[in-house]
Design a protein around this ligand. Structure first.
Ligand code: SF4
Length: 310
């Protein structure tokens, strides 16, 4: 299972960070939400509740009405999202054409205003150009305009700044924040950069081997992390001016086809106890509304399917 028992909630205007090493299930979680799992992938249980409907029960046609309109996705590589053969106008206009049924002058005005919103200079002229005529940062902003074009309630951004240099990255993150403030859209932000999480997110889900191992408000996660994996991730972030060697996490993420017994993190965990290799920890309530999946916090309240038990 690439993703197993992942559970979170997101309100209007909130940002959730999905964090973890490559292969931990972040992207699979997002592709499940938008119904774009590759052919070998399938959802075998659970539900994805969005605007009073369970997305796992929608047929492909109904899902197409949600995807691009109510939920949009921004991918890491803008060239993978933009079609090199079509003008910027056509690509930004498409979701508004299909989902909002805008035509003619209204559609053109919509595209112009979307390009303005993502700070493309001279939008009128730029909309006639092609992706190859734009810089990397501009292309990623165009992808942002395409995402906004259908009027979404939720945007899933999968490592959208990985290919941008640091200055452009900062501008892009500020832009996303501004757009979120103006439109009230909710964001799921996939990243392995904890600096971005601190800047962008309200809450964070730390994933390991297909499961959420810690789920916290962002301030709590940084001030009082509970799970040893979260602590290790925070310890491996370079600190400006520090001469201390960086902490590293020994070993490799496990093979999902043959997971370690008990806690899947135990072979790499500096805090592992005998119990950890025998029994898989459950979710325990930590902090205000947080969860951590670790035996070290089993004096806290155990949580089953979002309900607290003793
Ligand atoms: Fe480490 Fe045990 Fe907690 Fe797993 S359950 S993270 S092995 S202390």
């Amino acid at each position: 299972k690439a993703v197993d028992g992942v559970s979170f909630t997101l309100n209007d205007g909130e940002t959730l960070g999905l964090v973890g090493e490559s292969g931990c299930g972040k992207t699979t979680t997002c592709l499940s939400i938008v119904g774009l799992l590759p052919p070998a992938g399938r959802i075998v249980g659970g539900s994805i509740e969005f605007e009073q409907q369970d997305l796992t029960r929608l047929n492909p046609r109904a899902m197409r009405r949600v995807r691009g309109r109510r939920i949009a996705m921004i991918l890491q590589d803008p060239m993978a999202s933009l079609n090199p053969l079509f003008t910027i106008y056509r690509q930004v206009a498409e979701p508004a054409f299909f989902h909002q049924r805008l035509r003619g002058r209204a559609l053109k005005e919509r595209v112009k205003s979307l390009l303005g919103a993502v700070r493309i200079p001279s939008p009128e002229a730029r909309m006639r150009e092609y992706p190859h005529q734009m810089s990397g940062g501009m292309r990623q902003r165009i992808v942002g305009a395409v995402a906004l074009s259908g009027g979404p309630k939720l945007i899933i951004a999968d490592e959208p700044t990985t290919n941008l240099d640091v200055t452009i990255q900062a501008q892009y993150l500020n832009l996303l924040k501004d757009l979120q403030r103006d439109t009230g859209v909710a964001l799921i932000f996939v990243t392995h950069d904890l600096g971005i999480v601190a800047k962008m997110c309200d809450k964070v889900a730390v994933m390991y081997a297909g499961k959420i191992v810690e789920y916290r408000a962002v301030r709590e996660l940084f001030s009082d992390p509970k799970h040893p994996y979260t602590k290790a991730l925070l310890g491996s972030v370079p600190k400006l001016g520090s001469k201390e060697p960086l902490d590293t996490i020994p070993g490799q993420p496990p093979n999902l086809a043959s997971l370690p017994t008990g806690c899947h993190f135990h072979p790499r965990c500096p805090m592992a106890m005998p119990r950890c290799s025998e029994e898989e920890p459950r979710d325990f309530r930590v902090g205000k509304d947080g969860l951590a999946r670790c035996w070290l916090v089993d004096h806290e309240v155990e949580v089953t399917h979002g309900q607290a038990s003793s």
